[in-house]
Each structure stands twice: as structure tokens, then as C-alpha cells.
Design a protein around this ligand. Structure first.
Ligand code: LMR
Length: 392
């Protein structure tokens, strides 16, 4: 049986991890996978997470199964964090293994409810989106998103493409901090997108993996909240990997908004899908998140540290834009300081990206996406000079 398997293409983002690790050069810069690093290059365990872990070790008396949909307290805390209190009466939800698990379960739910629905994704998007959609054999389409000339969102192109969406189709939107481009819709753009999607009768699926990494915890949830308020049915796939820094704990949530009288059936279907795929979701990370969000002092400390993380990335953006201006003697890369989140797509060619890797030991995704948090005050000028050289 297994001899019939074909080799799978390597995931382009994950492949960079081992390439970087295996590079023997002493000075190298990793701007690949989206993991936050502090100025010393460490991906820290956040203070509030450490404190919650310590407390959990003391008070935890059992490792028996949690709820099939996760602990209700986690789901309630996350619905509150993402949507505020208003939507609880129509929010069904399941804890998932990370944000990827939430996306996967969202797509499975769509398949169960409307197998013919097409899933529309931004061009470009996080490569795992189309990969999972394809793996599940779901109809797919793309909408324009990124304007290569300006490195901003191609709002008119996006709206024109979304105006062709069929009723019942699903449109996958990045709630904030677009991955891979770093270019985001303004509040006014979101209003226009919502109006078009409502007009078409589309179902929004919001991927919210970077809440707190862009303009702030609430500001980054603003678009998702607007979408939630505007539509009868919305799916939201959220991750705690980045904003709680608990990547390996695999902590995410899928929220499905419908009407209060549909909620129980939707909830039952979400729990069913958990059971089919892995039974009970991981609990450790979810429990830490719950403990933090239910304790005012831990919440305050977590928010303060998350804000430091965000400010650090904003500072690096500004520094990089300034250094690139100096090194290239142009404003070509000014957009970097206006982008938000972990990533910016720099607009370099694949060949230039390869030269950066080969000649300068600088690692970024082939589409020239960089992880801003992979930089520090010392490496920013190094990157700027190397880019100036390769674009010559
Ligand atoms: C990324 O885009 O780098 C992150 O979301 C990590 C991943 O799983 O790809």
C-alpha cells in the first residue's frame, strides 16, 4: 500500500527552518517562519503564561478528558476576547489544535453544510489555506488583494472580484495583519467589502491569527466585530499561538455565529467534527489562556507584554524603512512602516531572495515575505544594505 505514495512538496515556510538551521555560517538572519523573537533572538514564554503554568501545576488535580468542544470557560473567554460580550448567545465554538486546526474544522463544517460552496481566498494568502482547501477537494477561487506597484491592498480589484461571488460562497478574510503581505484594509475599506459580500449573500470566514500584533488587541478585532455584526452567519478561526506565544501548545478556536435557535445544532456539529478528527482538543494551552483571561492581574500583565511585542515590531518597521531609504536612496520601501503585523512582502524576485540567502545568509520566504520580528536593531542595517546590493 505505502509504496504507492508519492513524495509531497515541502511546505515553503517550514522548509526554511531546516535550511537555516543547517547553514554553518556564524552570522545569519532568519526572517522565515512567523514566530516572534525578542531583541536577543529568543521566542520568550510570556510572563503571564509562566505564572499561569506555575499556578496550574499547583491546583491541577486531574488530567481526565476535557469537554469534546473544549472547556466552556475557554470558549467563553475567547469569544469575549475576540467579539466582546454581545455575540455570546449566537456563538457556537470548539477549541482546536491551533489556528490551523480551526481553519481545518471551519472548512470541514462548510463541507458538511454546503459541499458545493466555493472558498474564495485572497491572492496571495497564507499558503496553507489553499493547500488545505485543495486537500479537502473543495471548490476554490481567488480574489485580487495585493497591488505589487504600491505594496498596498488593491481595494478596487478586490471589490470587483468579490462582486462576482455567488450566494452561499465562503470568503476567507484575514481579520488583521494580512499574511503574507502585511498590507491591510482600512476601516472604510472593510465597510465596502462587507457591503459587497452582504449584497452577494456570501458567508465570511475570518482568519484571526495575529490579534494584538497590528494596531492593538481591540483595534485588531474591530474588523472581525464589524463582520460579525453585519452577517447572520460568520465563521471565525482564531489562534493563540502568537498573541499568547504558546505556539507548540496548539491553542485555537473556531467560532460559528448563526442565530440563537440554530446555535445548539451548530454546536453539535462542531463537537461531532472534533470527535471525527481527534476527539478532545488539547487542553494545556487553552487552560493557560483561560486562567490569564479570568484573572485581572494576569490579563493586565499579558496585555502589557503583548503591547511591548507590538511596539518592538513597529519600531523595527520604522527602522527598516529608514535604513532602506538610506541604503537604496529611494522611497521604494517606505510601505514597510505602514504595514502591520509580523510580515511584509518586500517585492523582490525569487532570484533576489535566493541571492540574499546564498550570499548574505539572509532567509526569507521565496515570495520575499519577511518576518519583521526576526530582526533586531543590529540586523536591520545589515538587511537594508544586502537588499540594496541585490536590487543593485
Ligand atoms: C507563518 O505563516 O509563518 C506562520 O503562520 C507559521 C506557519 O505555520 O506557517
Amino acid at each position: 500500500m505505502l509504496e504507492s505514495l508519492n513524495p509531497q512538496p515541502q511546505d515553503k515556510i517550514l522548509a526554511l527552518i531546516s535550511m537555516y538551521r543547517d547553514d554553518p555560517r556564524p552570522v545569519k538572519i532568519d526572517l522565515g517562519v512567523g514566530v516572534y523573537k525578542d531583541p536577543t533572538g529568543l521566542t520568550p514564554v510570556m510572563r503571564a503564561v509562566k505564572a499561569a503554568e506555575k499556578k496550574l501545576w499547583e491546583i491541577e488535580t486531574t488530567k481526565t478528558y476535557t469537554g469534546l468542544a473544549g472547556e466552556p470557560a475557554y470558549n467563553a473567554a475567547m469569544v469575549g476576547l475576540i467579539l466582546g460580550a454581545d455575540e455570546a448567545d449566537r456563538a457556537a465554538s470548539v477549541a482546536t489544535p491551533g489556528g490551523t486546526g480551526a481553519i481545518r474544522q471551519a472548512l470541514e463544517l462548510i463541507k458538511l453544510a454546503a459541499p458545493q460552496a466555493k472558498v474564495w481566498m485572497s491572492n496571495p494568502t497564507w499558503p496553507n489555506h489553499p493547500s488545505i482547501v485543495k486537500y479537502l477537494n473543495m471548490p476554490a477561487a481567488t480574489y485580487r488583494y495585493f497591488d505589487v506597484e504600491s505594496s498596498m491592498v488593491d481595494v478596487e480589484g478586490m471589490l470587483a472580484d468579490l462582486a462576482t461571488v455567488a450566494a452561499g460562497d465562503v470568503v476567507l478574510l484575514h481579520g488583521c495583519c494580512h499574511n503574507p503581505t502585511g498590507a491591510n484594509l482600512t476601516a472604510a475599506d472593510w465597510d465596502r467589502v462587507i457591503a459587497v459580500l452582504k449584497d452577494r449573500g456570501a458567508v465570511p470566514l475570518v482568519d484571526l491569527a495575529y490579534q494584538g500584533f497590528g494596531d492593538g488587541l481591540d483595534a485588531d478585532a474591530e474588523a472581525t466585530r464589524k463582520v460579525a455584526a453585519a452577517f447572520d452567519e460568520v465563521l471565525i478561526a482564531a489562534s493563540c499561538s502568537k498573541n499568547f506565544g504558546i505556539y507548540r501548545e496548539r491553542t485555537g478556536i473556531l467560532i460559528a455565529l448563526s442565530s440563537p435557535d440554530r446555535k445548539a445544532v451548530v454546536q453539535g456539529n462542531l463537537a461531532f467534527l472534533n470527535r471525527q478528527n481527534y476527539s478532545f482538543p488539547p487542553d494545556h494551552g487553552a487552560r493557560l489562556v483561560t486562567m490569564i483571561l479570568e484573572d485581572a492581574a494576569l490579563t493586565a500583565d499579558w496585555k502589557a507584554e503583548l503591547e511591548e511585542v507590538r511596539q518592538n515590531m513597529l519600531g523595527l518597521r520604522k527602522q527598516l524603512a529608514d535604513e532602506l531609504r538610506k541604503a537604496t536612496n529611494s522611497d521604494r520601501f517606505d510601505f514597510v512602516s505602514g504595514h502591520r503585523g509580523m510580515f511584509s512582502r518586500l517585492g523582490l524576485t525569487e532570484a533576489q531572495v535566493e541571492t540574499l540567502r546564498k550570499d548574505h545568509a539572509i532567509y526569507m520566504v521565496g515570495d520575499s515575505r519577511i518576518n519583521i520580528a526576526g530582526l533586531n536593531a543590529q540586523t536591520v542595517p545589515v538587511l537594508a544594505k544586502a537588499i540594496a546590493q541585490v536590487i543593485g
